[in-house]
Design a binder for this molecule. Structure first.
Ligand code: PYC
Length: 310
């Protein structure tokens, strides 16, 4: 199985070029569901230690339905198949350029959440124009055992987010354990208390927003992913959900740019244009770098060939 690894602001993406199970044809959302239900061992084995690492997101290339797209892609982490992934799309665009499959300019990529547009500015810099993102609930109170009442917004940016702004804990890299514990507790409480998307979709990511250390930036975030790891990048789908909330609050006008920083200090430039259904079309600009080009080996004699599963 040939893969190319990149990282986007510190968050790794493993693009799978071949050797994956056949997911059939039809809408990508259906193929993503098939990957989730019928091939869990496969997708976990690509990312789990010792072959992979906790923060890694997989990007499985598939045939797009829409012929104007350069590829289809299904993203997953070690615990869930994702609707969309912003850092993964920046990493994928840089990977496709590295392979000579795309050049500088605009391209379309199909994901289970819809078609997104990417602009490759140079070999590392990419702008993703994401699917329409929206806030569905504001100022929702969740009772979080051990942490009291936490107030936040529920928003969609290709995945479902609960966004707490300001964070009750300072968002600094020496507090990653405490930030992880709090966000895991918020997600669990949101599920237990039936707080989700407009059709009851489960909150799969939690964001804590804080003021930046560098006053030239807009904010700094901590983002919990479905597998309980934190995003090293500022999280493209999370930034999309944040832009939807800011637009709904009148806190950012169309075209105005802000810079969002991640918990490790990497940054994305963000702006939006009004969407067609009352939401926003986010633009996320970031940088990715290729790290490795490899052939994964799943040896029959290796008792950990499917990864360490405790
Ligand atoms: O950048 O959208 C993102 C993302 C989702 C999960 C990890 N990164």
């Amino acid at each position: 199985m040939h893969v190319i690894d990149s990282h986007t602001g510190g968050e790794p993406t493993r693009v799978i070029l071949d050797g994956a199970p056949d997911l059939g044809t039809g809408p990508l959302a259906d193929r993503a569901r098939r990957l989730e239900s019928d091939h869990r061992e496969f997708y976990r084995s690509v990312l789990l230690e010792p072959r992979g690492q906790p923060a890694m997101v997989g990007a499985l290339l598939v045939e797009p339905v829409d012929p104007t797209c350069v590829t289809g892609v299904i993203y997953f982490d070690v615990d869930a198949v994702l609707g969309m992934c912003g850092h993964g799309t920046i990493g994928l665009a840089v990977t496709l350029a590295h392979l000579g499959r795309i050049d500088v300019g605009e391209h379309r990529i199909e994901t289970p959440a819809g078609v997104v547009a990417v602009t490759l500015h140079d070999e590392n810099t990419v702008t993703v124009r994401n699917i329409e993102s929206r806030r569905v609930h504001s100022d929702v109170t969740i009772s979080v055992p051990g942490h009291g009442e936490i107030v936040g917004d529920v928003a969609y940016g290709g995945n479902w987010f609960f966004i707490v702004d300001p964070s009750p804990i300072p968002v600094t890299s020496d507090r990653i354990r405490a930030l992880t514990d709090l966000t895991v507790a918020i997600r669990k409480a949101s599920i237990a208390q039936g707080i989700g998307g407009e059709k009851g979709e489960l909150i799969d990511h939690v964001i804590l927003q804080d003021t930046p250390i560098d006053p030239d930036l807009h904010s700094r975030n901590f983002v919990l992913c479905p597998d309980d790891n934190y995003d090293r990048s500022p999280c493209g789908t999370g930034c999309s959900a944040l832009l939807a909330c800011m637009a709904a609050d009148g806190a950012l006008v169309p075209g105005e740019e802000i810079v969002q920083q991640s918990i490790i200090g990497s940054t994305y430039r963000l702006s939006y244009q009004p969407g067609h259904e009352g939401g926003v079309i986010p633009s996320i600009t970031g940088q990715a770098h290729i790290m490795a080009q490899a052939n994964l080996i799943f040896a029959a004699a290796d008792s950990f060939r499917n990864g360490i599963q405790l």
